[in-house]
Design a protein around this ligand. Sequence first.
Ligand SMILES: NC(=O)c1ccc[n+]([C@@H]2O[C@H](COP(=O)([O-])OP(=O)(O)OC[C@H]3O[C@@H](n4cnc5c(N)ncnc54)[C@H](O)[C@@H]3O)[C@@H](O)[C@H]2O)c1
Length: 355
Amino acid sequence: MTELSGHRVVVTGGAGFIGCALSQRMAATAAEWVVIDSLHPQVHNPQVRPAALHEAARLVEGDVTDPAVWDAVLADTTPTVVIHLAAETGTAQSLDEATRHAHVNVVGTTVMLDAFGRHGVVPERFLLSSSRAVYGEGAWQREDGSVFYPGQRSHAQFEAGQWDFAGARPLPSSAPVTVPKPTSVYGATKLAQENILSAWVNARDTVLTVLRLQNVYGPGQSLINSYTGIVSLFSQLAERGESIPIYEDGAITRDFVYIDDVADAFVAALAREGEAGTPTYDVGSGVGTTILQLAEAVAAYHSAPAPHITGKYRDGDVRHAECRIDDTLAALDWAPRWSVDAGVAGLQEWIAAQR
Ligand SMILES: NC(=O)c1ccc[n+]([C@@H]2O[C@H](COP(=O)([O-])OP(=O)(O)OC[C@H]3O[C@@H](n4cnc5c(N)ncnc54)[C@H](O)[C@@H]3O)[C@@H](O)[C@H]2O)c1
């Protein structure tokens, strides 16, 4: 499937950040590109069709948890490819709004599959936008070389300022070796999506490709969603000339991956022929960046005051999140091209252009 020509594609959540970027790459070559999106008010303000959604896309405004929405879509089209993006995405928020996250992410997925069952539809392939959140804190290695899964940092650890797990270092996550152990409700729902879709496609003899995305940022990300998007949050503070507040000691690490690199990974995953079962790929830059380094890069761009460490923390926050991408590089015709400095600049230019 080098191009999606001839394919009828249904993209859930396809009016969001990643969905719009994908539409720009692929909607024009597809026979149909149908987007089901509720235009969630936390993401879309105003709740109208985003300009970044390619004109070839047909937008069905509706909720993936509503069977009637699916019935209406499947009355008009029989998808050959499904890209499942619709989700509640607030990692910290999911601790307080677990039902909302589970309803959309888990029940939304099963409602979709039941609709395919009712209509006798078996798409040729599914692509799920999963998350590094499925790994939780991931695997760590002690000084003697032994590997363990520390689980979640406790409230008492946070209070004592014990940010790391003493005597150990984090290992970058890698789908073939790292056992998923989510430490957020959001992460648990993303893993549930993987497991539910995997069970269905295996029983129906079709294919699911899972992309576990690290922290995606760049032009097109929601600037109003205060529950996600640390790069856009920092950017807006620095642009106003404020010093960016940094949690813990600034050494939390994340893998920031630019939206163009993520869209390229989706294209490469869909281009791969002859896959079976549930191939699962990590999609990141392959480089860990501390939150302090990120904030310094953003502040430098705007000539804003230096960031300041607050020592505050958020219960449930993962300390280190990085991935190895060597397996993805070997399997897909893909490689990330954007450094954090170039990506930060690209995002700032886009934010400025929104004014
Ligand atoms: N952006 C990241 O850093 C990142 C990282 C890992 C995984 N992901 C995953 O990628 C996917 C897309 O994320 P994004 O960054 O584009 O987020 P986004 O919030 O920009 O897009 C999600 C879209 O889904 C829509 N949506 C939400 N609930 C819906 C519902 N009930 N019915 C229909 N549509 C609904 C929203 O209106 C929005 O347009 C999500 O599944 C997310 O879990 C994103």
